[in-house]
Design a protein around this ligand. Structure first.
Ligand code: FAD
Ligand code: EPU
Length: 277
């Protein structure tokens, strides 16, 4: 069940489930899906997803076993797409490399983070990426430069293919100062975001110049519930699963919040979390 592989903890089974252990196996899986006319989706840490409890009619390719890591003294790093960002950050730091402040405080794989251009106030991962190795829907392997990735706010051109590996360039840093900075960022986030609850991070993208969470807060919707799905009492843009929330409750709550913000502020919020149904 995908609920076990997503941080929000909702979602049923996919039609098929694949866990390739190398780029070669990934290519073979995609080629096999293509031949059978089966569409597929990539799954990383599942930290930006709401999956339908009824399951999905596609294959899911989980990147969890694509975990190679090469760290070169000049700061060039090659990471398998499924490598957890926390592991990447810690291993790079052990070699004296930093520059990953933008990944602090949330669970992700480096492949999912590249696809989403994850980050926030402390930068975005796209700025550290030199190139990515992808496999497209025709099972062709390609190396795509950062320019071609077209990184933008919570997005990139990487949606149509699957990222197999990410090439980064990380700066050598003063380790004590870097460690202090990442700890401070974590503490700052933990003070306003429900980092320990089951969530998929922010539900909505921020509209120009405003925090979506602040708008939800101003409407006094924090704590509002549908079943076990709840708008976090701490941050208005986080939806948390406080028990056994179902995907229908989650999606209804998202719609309610979006409708209320449209009605009261005339702002159409755009979802950041991806819905699989
Ligand atoms: P998934 O959720 O598994 O997938 C997300 C999307 O990427 C899907 O479309 C999926 O198909 C695609 N994808 C996954 N892997 C690949 C791949 N290898 N190749 C191609 N496509 C792929 N995000 C931020 O940007 N900033 C934050 O501050 C932040 N805070 C968060 C806090 C919490 C508590 C949580 C739970 C989430 C937060 N998020 C944040 C959201 C989320 O962590 C990021 O979007 C993250 O990059 C998703 O990575 P993932 O590996 O979990 O991807
Ligand atoms: N605020 C409120 N009430 C709330 C939430 C926020 O008044 O309930 C106010 C805060 O007090 C602050 C302002 O709104 O003055 C901004 O809040 P915050 O610092 O939490 O940032 P954000 O704009 O809500 C964005 C990203 C986060 C990222 C943080 C820090 C989006 C949609 N969200 O949140 O990313 O962690 O900045 O960089 O861009 C995510 O993408 O999933 C995510 C969590």
């Amino acid at each position: 069940m995908l609920r076990e592989l997503t941080t929000l903890g909702v979602g049923g089974a996919p039609a098929e489930f694949h866990v390739p252990r190398s780029t070669e196996e990934l290519v073979a899986t995609i080629e096999d899906c293509r031949r059978r006319g089966r569409s597929w989706r990539a799954l990383g840490r599942g930290s930006n997803l709401v999956v339908d409890d009824r399951g999905i009619d596609d294959a899911v390719i989980h990147t969890a076993a694509l975990r190679e890591l090469e760290i070169h003294p000049d700061g060039r790093v090659i990471a398998g797409a499924g490598l957890p960002t926390g592991v990447l950050e810690a291993r790079a730091r052990a070699e004296g490399l930093g520059g990953l402040e933008c990944l602090v405080g949330y669970p992700a794989t480096i492949g999912g983070a590249a696809r989403m251009n994850a980050g926030g106030r402390w930068g975005e991962i796209g700025a550290r990426i030199e190139a990515v190795v992808t496999v497209d829907r025709q099972a062709r392997v390609r190396r795509i430069t950062a320019d071609e990735c077209a990184f933008r706010y919570r997005g990139s051109s990487l949606g149509e293919s699957i990222v197999a590996a990410v090439e980064l360039r990380l700066p050598r840093v003063d380790l004590a100062a870097y460690r202090a900075r990442t700890r401070a960022i974590h503490a700052e986030k933990a003070a306003v975001q429900p980092l320990d609850a089951r969530s998929a991070g922010c539900i909505f993208r921020n509209p120009d110049g405003v925090s979506a969470g602040r708008l939800v807060d101003e409407l006094a919707l924090k704590g509002h519930r549908r079943g076990d799905a709840q708008i976090s009492e701490r941050h208005g843009n986080f939806l948390v699963n406080v028990g056994r929330a179902g995907s229908d409750d989650v999606l209804r709550l998202i719609d309610e919040v979006r409708d209320a913000v449209a009605r009261e502020f005339g702002i159409d919020l755009v979802r950041e979390v991806e819905v699989w149904r």
